[in-house]
Write a protein of this length. Structure first.
Length: 373
């Protein structure tokens, strides 16, 4: 197919992509259509053509999917904060689960455990922090991939405490963050990089459920392991969001590694009364330098979107923790890493957590166990 930008077509949308676009096919070409819903029949105009796919925008929804709904936010479609408000929430969960199942089945050529998806207790007003832009005294978001600015009076995915602050806000910062720490709201500039509220969990209610699932997985594995000693090691440990509840439940010795100095300080403060565990400042790649050589029973990794670097993967494979727990915010890099880890590990569990309702993002938890010789 030659250049098709500007051409029009009628496409049936059959599935959802990570990132939130609907996916259809046109003359053998995969087409990504933002704001489309699986089940829609849409008239589109092509906006971009690549070797293996194209992108298009909706001109008209000719037949609406039964999974569609009226977006509750008047800014949806212009504001870049949400992708899926036009899809009923139970359907969002099912489509995200299907997207994950398809990705794993396509890329991983081995038998997979059944995938469970856990929805957020709150579909809206769940976010503990948001980042905004300011133009001429008005606050809002930029449309995805464009320079179009949308001013907002409130945000439906932000907690009510944040929206109350937004109505009273007077800020001269061009880019800033509002975050709620459980008691008070704070405003922090992000113009020069960094985020004062980066330690705040975006969706605290679902975060608690994820922590419980992690504890449950370790309990199951502990019941099957021998009683010999072994360390607990955590990489990309943040401010001890997972570390603290794990050490309160289990009497583990070990260490964690975190790069951000403020997170390290918060983690050390939280874990101060706990003996036998050390919080180290450094990158995950430093594990080769600091690991004492002791046997590792449990290792937890929670990397950024880039996933594990080759250095970290090599270190994990060399250290050979008996049980490995991987929390991923980007399924594509998770799959890339699992392709390598499968040589030494069996994949026991895959659970998806809808940490960001109304968006195309998904958090995935995996439990792996070292293969027996």
């Amino acid at each position: 197919m030659t250049e098709i930008r500007g051409e029009r077509a009628i496409i049936k949308i059959d599935r959802l992509a990570f990132g939130g676009s609907g996916i259809g096919n046109h003359e053998g070409l995969v087409v990504f259509v933002p704001l489309a819903c699986p089940g829609d029949l849409v008239s589109v105009e092509f906006t971009k053509k690549k070797k293996s796919f194209a992108e298009a925008r909706i001109l008209e929804v000719l037949e609406e999917s039964p999974h569609r709904q009226e977006p509750p936010c008047k800014h949806f479609g212009n504001c870049g904060g949400c992708d899926l408000q036009h899809i009923q929430y139970p359907s969002q969960l099912e489509f995200k689960k299907q997207a994950l199942e398809s990705l794993l089945a396509r890329q991983l050529k081995f038998e997979l455990p059944k995938i469970e998806i856990i929805g957020s207790p709150k579909e809206f007003h769940y976010r503990n922090r948001i980042q905004l832009n300011q133009q001429k005294g008005r606050f809002g978001y930029f449309e995805k991939g464009r320079k179009s600015f949308t001013a907002i009076e409130n945000c439906l995915i932000a907690r009510e405490e944040i929206n109350k602050t937004l109505t009273l806000l007077e800020s001269q910062f061009k880019r800033f963050e509002i975050y709620f720490d459980g008691q008070d709201t704070h405003v922090s500039p992000t113009e020069y990089g960094g985020s004062e509220g980066s330690f705040i969990q975006v969706n605290p209610e679902l975060n608690e459920i994820l922590i419980k699932r992690l504890i449950q997985s370790i309990e199951i594995n502990e019941s099957k392991l021998d009683n010999s000693e072994g360390l607990f090691v955590e990489l990309y440990s943040g401010d001890a969001n997972f570390t603290l509840p794990l050490l309160e439940r289990f009497s583990f010795n070990g260490y964690s590694i975190e790069l951000n100095q403020k997170n390290v300080e918060r983690a050390r403060e939280k874990l101060n009364p706990i003996n036998g565990f050390k919080v180290m400042k450094g990158s995950a790649e430093d594990i080769n330098k600091v690991h004492p050589g002791d046997r590792v029973k449990h290792m937890l990794v929670d990397p950024p979107r880039d996933g594990l670097s080759q250095t970290v993967v090599d270190s994990v494979m060399a250290i050979r923790p008996q049980c490995l727990y991987y929390i991923s915010c980007h399924p594509a890099t998770l799959v890339r890493d699992l392709k390598i880890l499968k040589d030494q590990y069996d994949l026991l569990e895959i659970s998806a957590f809808d940490m960001f309702p109304q968006t195309g993002h998904l958090e995935v938890f995996c439990s792996l166990k070292l293969k027996t010789p």
